[in-house]
Design a protein around this ligand. Structure first.
Ligand SMILES: CC(C)(COP(=O)(O)OP(=O)(O)OC[C@H]1O[C@@H](n2cnc3c(N)ncnc32)[C@H](O)[C@@H]1OP(=O)(O)O)[C@@H](O)C(=O)NCCC(=O)NCCS
Length: 409
């Protein structure tokens, strides 16, 4: 039986700085804690979950061998709960949402978790490339396309779209301001599952610590150590002057700096997706639904400019327009990506609705987890505004983008 893919709930870990508080937690165990937090706060027997789709980019070491399945087993969920790990680069956990929603809409499955994890501290970006790095790619690929790091594409976009250093820095400063505001106002508290970091580093330095108590309910492992509950990534000490003083990060005469790039961080997120019938049977109260998705493929050299096309396709599929979207989340891979998106999508007058609680620049971009993270943040913001529709979009390495339209109930 076909069904709307209902979003029952969406949660995430707080985001940890590279080498920061979450770096004491293995990636598979971090994912397990977030999975458990999701079902625990629903009072849901994890055995009811049929499948976990887990986004993860750097699938090596403790993120190797289907980290989704490892996380299910580490969480102590029954072995009957299946899992797959998805790599659509930065769009991995948005793709996990698309996979889960598609399976439910087609009637193949009824209750699926779409999740994502990336410990960029413990499993560094690119560490799965092999000793040759980019040179190990197919010569047919390299003959056809210039393959560059994302930071270079961010520079190319800044240049082609004529985005000045001042504009990029101003956007980045505002991202930190918004994230700090959101934290101060407690706007992330609904979406964050506190993480047990054991005796991890840096905990004592945190401004706010969650009170003790278990991470979840019946199925949760009792915490052994300190609970980490607040993003540690936004910089209260940043300023226009400090941003202006940072050196270019990717080329000597470039405009992109550490301040206008997404931060390298640790995090995990998870979304519980159900068919209408299963939600009713289990007494789950859906918070929204995935109305549509859109994909775009663009040239792999500029790579990061596909968000407008992905959004147009998702909007067209849902029969909606930009004016129907109250909140717009677009992954802050780099400031130039967001400004290019806003210009091409005609949203420059609506920047208050674009990433209203900050994004990858201020909060950080835990690659495989970000799609599920921005889904959780978007849903919460729609609820806060009592708004109906929102869209989340992300650019993807090697020239793609993925977007999802969400309807809040
Ligand atoms: C740009 C990049 C190379 C910078 O790496 P890095 O030099 O290790 O970055 P850091 O965050 O440690 O910043 C370096 C320094 O810049 C300064 N800095 C960074 N952001 C700042 C800000 N907003 N305000 C003031 N200073 C800032 C700080 O002095 C910082 O040092 P500190 O942490 O000791 O205070 C890295 O963040 C990166 O590659 N980001 C993109 C990741 C990516 O490609 N993801 C996929 C996207 S598609």
């Amino acid at each position: 039986m076909t069904s709307h893919p209902l979003i029952v709930d969406a949660v995430r870990s707080p985001i940890g700085k590279r080498g920061g508080t979450l770096s004491s937690v293995r990636a598979d165990e971090l994912a397990a804690q977030v999975l458990d937090g999701l079902v625990s706060r629903q009072g849901l027997d994890p055995g009811a979950v049929q499948d976990v789709q887990m986004g993860c980019v750097t699938q090596i070491g403790e993120q190797a061998l289907n980290v989704g399945r490892m996380a299910v087993l580490i969480a102590g969920w029954p072995e009957t709960v299946c899992a797959a790990t998805i790599d659509r680069q930065c769009g991995s956990s948005m793709q996990a949402c698309l996979n889960a929603a598609s399976a439910i809409q087609a009637g193949h499955l009824e209750l699926v978790v779409a999740a994502g994890v990336e410990s960029m501290s413990r499993v560094p970006m690119g560490s799965n490339l092999g000793s040759e790095g980019f040179a190990g790619f197919s010569s047919r690929l390299l003959d056809a396309w210039e393959i560059v790091p994302q930071g270079i594409s961010a520079e190319v976009i800044a240049e082609e779209w004529d985005l000045s250093r001042e504009q990029l820095d101003a956007y980045s400063l505002e991202s930190h301001r918004r994230a700090l505001d959101a934290i101060a106002a407690g706007r992330f508290e609904e979406e964050i599952v506190p993480i047990d970091v054991g005796d991890g580093p840096g905990v004592a330095a945190l401004g706010r610590e969650a009170a003790g108590g278990p991470v979840g309910g019946a199925t949760a492992v009792e915490p052994r150590g300190t609970l980490f509950a607040v993003d540690e990534t936004p910089r209260a000490d940043t300023s226009a002057e400090k941003l202006a003083a940072l050196p270019p990060a990717f080329k000597p005469d470039g405009r992109i700096t550490a301040g206008s790039s997404s931060q390298i961080v640790d995090g995990a997120a998870a979304v519980l997706i159900a068919s209408e019938q299963r939600a009713t049977e289990l007494g789950l109260e859906p918070r929204g639904r995935f109305a549509s998705f859109g994909l775009a493929g663009v040239d792999p050299y500029r790579m990061l400019h596909g968000n407008p096309q992905a959004c147009e396709r998702a909007l067209a599929r849902a029969g909606l327009r930009w004016d129907d979207m109250s909140v717009i989340e677009v992954n802050e891979a780099f400031a130039s990506v967001v400004l290019q998106f806003a210009r091409d999508a005609g949203l420059e007058e609506r920047m208050g609705d674009v990433n209203p609680n900050g994004g990858g620049i201020s909060l950080g971009h835990p690659l495989g987890a970000t799609g599920a993270r921005i889904t959780a943040t978007l849903l919460n913001e729609l609820e806060r505004r009592a708004a109906r529709y929102g869209i989340a979009s992300m650019c993807i390495g090697q020239g793609q983008a993925i977007a999802a339209v969400i309807e809040r109930f």
